[in-house]
Design a protein around this ligand. Structure first.
Ligand SMILES: *[C@@H]1O[C@H](CO)[C@@H](O)[C@H](O)[C@H]1NC(C)=O
Ligand SMILES: *[C@@H]1O[C@H](CO)[C@@H](O)[C@H](O)[C@H]1NC(C)=O
Ligand SMILES: *[C@@H]1O[C@H](CO)[C@@H](O)[C@H](O)[C@H]1NC(C)=O
Ligand SMILES: *[C@@H]1O[C@H](CO)[C@@H](O)[C@H](O)[C@H]1NC(C)=O
Ligand SMILES: *[C@@H]1O[C@H](CO)[C@@H](O)[C@H](O)[C@H]1NC(C)=O
Ligand SMILES: *[C@@H]1O[C@H](CO)[C@@H](O)[C@H](O)[C@H]1NC(C)=O
Ligand SMILES: *[C@@H]1O[C@H](CO)[C@@H](O)[C@H](O)[C@H]1NC(C)=O
Length: 876
């Protein structure tokens, strides 16, 4: 029985172990071979070159037994100089076939994983040369295909790398799959690149290279005396070259799996390869010298190269990369597109003096910007993983694709930040370690973290309380909470238990602190100091128990409670340096209040229009315009919650000392109605800033805000309201149509701006109070941007992101299209056509304006009024 089994086994394996003969120089169809056919006497080799310098084989690099490739091997050194199926290895029983139609590599089941292209004439032989070139010949002995034209990671003498093509590294010495590094021959240089063309070396900047001539590069090749980049003009003219001393029989140039470019020779004496040239010289220039986010130093020699992790990061078990110690996760497309993670976005400092591996070769994403705009550039883009900012040059570098290694820069100048998500599992420590950098630069984030941590604590406690069901002890506990978290008082009362959202309804992160009505009543000294009245209610100044100043907005309660909470969670999760921060809220009974950070200079409306104060200088105006634009751009292009403001106006642009500019009242428009569709069916916004699409029932989009912003921009230029006619209305209380004063008529500023634009007379448009402390060119740029924002067709208005670029000067300003601005003439000649609303009677006005319903509020705040088909949101 056992004998029979052995016999069977023997019979089974017998055919496979028959060794095929090794062909020399030529191999003819029909040939079929597998590793098994050739293992016994040759280790997979089935064809050798005339002098056996090179061999064609079914090889298994590093002697592993899983990946087999069709390859060309340098006989003496065993170096693989080419492989056919690098990305599709076959098992040891996979098959290489030569037929009259070409060469194929297939799996044991016959699936072809690699083949030569189809040819017009039949293949008569496979030919291998002593140079290592493998060719397919036709019956006339001319070449149909050659391996030298399909380089993998290696170049040998006699082979040319053409401009536009590249040598691509292998994953490792045993896995020949294409890796992330390449040596690319461009039309003027040879460069090393990592993922998505991030360059880290170039031949032209290497001191060892000789640059002989200028000219377009057409090819690169090596011979025993050097490496040459030849020009297109003359095949023998080397544009650039590296010279090697000493000659050798075998020379190869290759990009290794760590990303280095080597030119090496084989030494028979040592039976090993010797490098003639290695680039980059400094190990720290390699993208992954210290894996992801390791800081590399001492890269000039292998023995001194050391890797450390930045302060707040460390290597965790199972990973060579440096990761945040507090358990938060690095940004990645999947995290960034996850709505529940998005609200937890923050930045972690990599410390001062950290630079990115490719700093010598990369151009800043933006230059001449401050760190806040560098950050906001990263905020709005899901593909941004972090940024490096250089203070002295004001350069902003956005990090993308995949995070590489860091270097310590020679100066303290560069500061690096990485984007992270999730809540910290050891927040106090993280806060301590990050020290004042985060505290100074990203104070909002620190506050955000605190809120998240507190919320988690509060909810844990609240849930426990719920399950325990001991309602009586509640208040005592609540007092205890107050003691512990004094700066963020949270008081929960029996009475509004039902109002507190349950965890199913509300995404917990992002929900700001809940205040009781009494707390806010106390904070505002019974709503004593009114500091504004905006679209959604009056605003009062207040002081919290921890002495922080706040602005408390009493929201006109409209919409259901659940939506209120949902919106609060959204608003609370939106953090940007140019957006007013929501600190907390109150929802008790029918009362709705929002607690915002306090902006001590009040609104732009105050600084710009009210007489008495100092005149805003031009540069301040531009800075305010940029800040406001950035805030809106963030609202519009946030990865998850796209927010349309719907009420952009100077009253909603707040100013603080040190030039801070923040947008307020965002996210509130949605609270007004039950519709969640994003397509608004009732009219919101403020007269004078309302885009034409409000009148035509067409869809409201982010470009609706762009229109309002354009109106604000003109007011910033002129220093007064676009529609003076409203002032006369205010004093005169005129209600009869067609009675507007001549002044109001002629001075509808957007129309003046359009006229002056047509006549190229920009300087006259500037605020007269500036007394020519601004040039016509400067005014021209802003006015043109503003006019582009006012284009009647929303599709022809720029995005807010583009507006930021134009204001910053990184994007060209397009020419405003007069044909898309002529509608302003209807608005402007409002005197004859418009009722006291100030709007043109253009025949598409479907709704009544509700500002006659409450004359008291109208006189209080005459320049805006809410419009609604349901008349529910009367003016303030
Ligand atoms: C190779 O095989 C094909 C089909 O199996 C056959 O038509 C052809 O004649 C063969 N060629 C040689 C040279 O044996
Ligand atoms: C092609 O080359 C082979 C080997 O050198 C030779 O035997 C054959 O005659 C050549 N055929 C032609 C058509 O030149
Ligand atoms: C080789 O590397 C590729 C790319 O990383 C990977 O997908 C593949 O699984 C690797 N193969 C082996 C056998 O490790
Ligand atoms: C290498 O190529 C260069 C440029 O074509 C040539 O000048 C040189 O003589 C070659 N060296 C050898 C050893 O063939
Ligand atoms: C989003 O993140 C949360 C928290 O990490 C996770 O539980 C959830 O599965 C993620 N959702 C998706 C779609 O990846
Ligand atoms: C995000 O960055 C990528 C790469 O720089 C860019 O192509 C893309 O347009 C950016 N997206 C936004 C919204 O700015
Ligand atoms: C940035 O540079 C300015 C002057 O160039 C200097 O006043 C400021 O302190 C620097 N900030 C940091 C954080 O190094």
């Amino acid at each position: 029985m056992a004998n029979l089994f052995l016999l069977l086994l023997f019979a089974l394996f017998l055919p496979l172990s028959i060794s095929g003969p090794i062909a020399i120089e030529f191999l003819y169809p029909n040939f079929t071979g597998s590793y098994f056919n050739y293992i016994d006497n040759s280790g997979g080799i089935f064809l050798t070159s005339p002098h056996n310098t090179f061999q064609a084989a079914i090889c298994n690099p590093d002697n592993q037994q899983t990946n087999f490739y069709l390859c060309v091997i340098h006989a003496l050194s065993g170096t693989i100089i080419w492989s056919a199926n690098r990305n599709f290895p076959i098992p040891n029983s996979g098959v290489v076939k030569l037929t009259s139609s070409g060469l194929t590599v297939s799996l044991p089941d016959g699936t072809i994983v690699w083949s030569t292209p189809s040819f017009s004439s039949p293949v008569s032989s496979l030919h291998i040369l002593d140079s290592g070139n493998l060719l397919l010949l036709n019956p006339k002995n001319t070449s149909l295909w050659q391996s030298f034209e399909q380089p993998t990671d290696t170049l040998v003498p006699g082979q040319s790398l053409l401009a536009g093509s590249a040598l691509v590294s292998s994953i490792s010495t045993s896995n020949l799959s294409a890796g992330d590094f390449r040596l690319l021959l461009t039309s003027d240089d040879a460069v090393l690149q990592w993922i998505d063309s991030q360059q880290y070396w170039s031949l032209s900047t290497d001191q060892r290279a000789n640059i002989n001539a200028n000219g377009q590069v057409s090819s690169m090749s090596i011979n025993s005396s050097g490496l040459y980049l030849f020009s297109t003009r003359n095949d023998f003219e080397a544009v650039m070259q590296l010279s090697f001393s000493g000659s050798s029989d075998f020379l190869i140039a290759r990009i290794s799996s760590d990303g280095r470019f080597h030119v090496s020779t084989y030494s028979s004496a040592t039976k090993g390869s010797v490098d003639l040239f290695v680039a980059p010289i400094n190990g720290c220039d390699l993208p992954l010298s210290c894996k992801s986010l390791g800081i590399c130093s001492g890269g000039n020699s292998v023995s001194t190269l050391t890797c450390t992790c930045p302060n707040l990061l460390s290597k965790t078990s199972g990973s060579d990369d440096c990761l945040p110690v507090d358990g938060r996760v690095l940004a990645s497309p999947s995290v960034c597109s996850n709505s529940s993670m998005l609200s937890t976005m923050s930045y972690m400092s990599l410390g001062r003096g950290t630079d990115y591996f490719n700093s010598k070769f990369t151009n800043p994403t933006r230059t001449g910007v401050n760190i806040a705009s560098c950050e906001s550039l990263c905020n709005v883009n899901c593909s941004c993983l972090g940024f490096i900012y250089k203070n002295s040059t004001q350069d902003c570098f956005i990090l993308e694709h995949k995070l590489g290694s860091l270097t310590s820069s020679s100066t303290d100048d560069a500061i690096g930040y990485i984007k992270i998500f999730g809540s910290s599992s050891s927040a106090p420590q993280a806060n301590k370690d990050s020290s004042n950098l985060i505290a100074i630069l990203l104070p909002t984030i620190a506050a955000g973290l605190l809120i998240v941590v507190l919320l988690v604590v509060v909810f844990q406690w609240w849930r426990r309380r719920r399950t325990s069901g001991i309602r009586r002890k509640w208040k005592t506990k609540s007092m205890a909470m107050k003691e512990i978290h004094k700066p963020w008082p949270v008081e929960v009362q029996d009475s509004d238990d039902d109002e507190f959202p349950s965890d199913e309804e509300i995404p917990i992160p992002g929900l700001p602190t809940k205040f009781s009505y009494n707390q806010l009543q106390t904070a505002t000294a019974n709503f004593q100091t009114k500091i504004g009245s905006g679209g959604f209610g009056e605003v009062y100044k207040g002081v919290l128990e921890d002495k922080t100043l706040v602005a408390v907005k009493r929201v006109r309660a409209i919409g259901r409670k659940k939506e209120f909470f949902t919106e609060i969670a959204v608003i609370g999760s939106v953090h940007h340096i140019n957006l007013v921060r929501l600190k907390g809220f109150c929802a008790q009974g029918s009362r709705r209040m929002l607690v915002y950070e306090y902006m001590n200079r009040g609104s732009l409306e105050k600084s710009l229009f009210r007489p008495g104060g100092p005149v805003l200088e031009w540069q301040e105006r531009v800075d305010i315009a940029i800040g406001a634009a950035r805030g809106l751009a963030y609202l519009h292009s946030g990865c998850e919650h796209k927010i349309i403001h719907c009420d952009v106006k100077p009253e909603n642009i707040l100013l603080h000392d040190r030039g801070q500019v923040k947008i307020s009242d965002f996210g509130l428009a949605k609270m007004m109605t039950p519709e969640q569709s994003g397509l608004f069916t009732t009219m919101r916004g403020t007269r004078g800033y309302l885009a034409p699409e409000w009148l035509t029932n067409s869809a409201i989009s982010d470009r609706t805000d762009v229109y309002s912003y354009g109106m604000v921009l003109l007011e910033i230029v002129r220093g007064r309201q676009n529609r003076l006619v409203l002032r006369s209305e205010e004093s005169g209380g005129s209600t009869s149509s067609g009675s507007s004063s001549g002044v109001g008529e002629s001075e509808y500023f957007p129309l003046v701006a359009l006229d002056m634009h047509e006549q190229r007379r920009y300087a006259e448009l500037a605020d007269p109070r500036l007394e020519r402390r601004v040039t016509g060119e400067e005014v021209e740029r802003i006015v043109k941007i503003a006019l582009c924002c006012l284009h009647e067709d929303p599709g022809f208005r720029p995005s807010m992101t583009a507006v930021v670029g134009m204001l910053e000067g990184t994007m060209p300003v397009p020419w405003p299209r007069v044909d898309l601005l002529n509608f302003l003439r209807f608005y402007g000649r409002g005197g004859n056509m418009v009722g006291h609303s100030g709007f043109g009677n253009v025949g598409v006005w479907p709704r009544r304006i509700s500002n006659t319903t409450n004359t008291t509020s109208t006189s209080e705040s005459p320049t805006y009024s809410f419009l609604s088909s349901q008349q529910i949101s009367g003016p303030r």
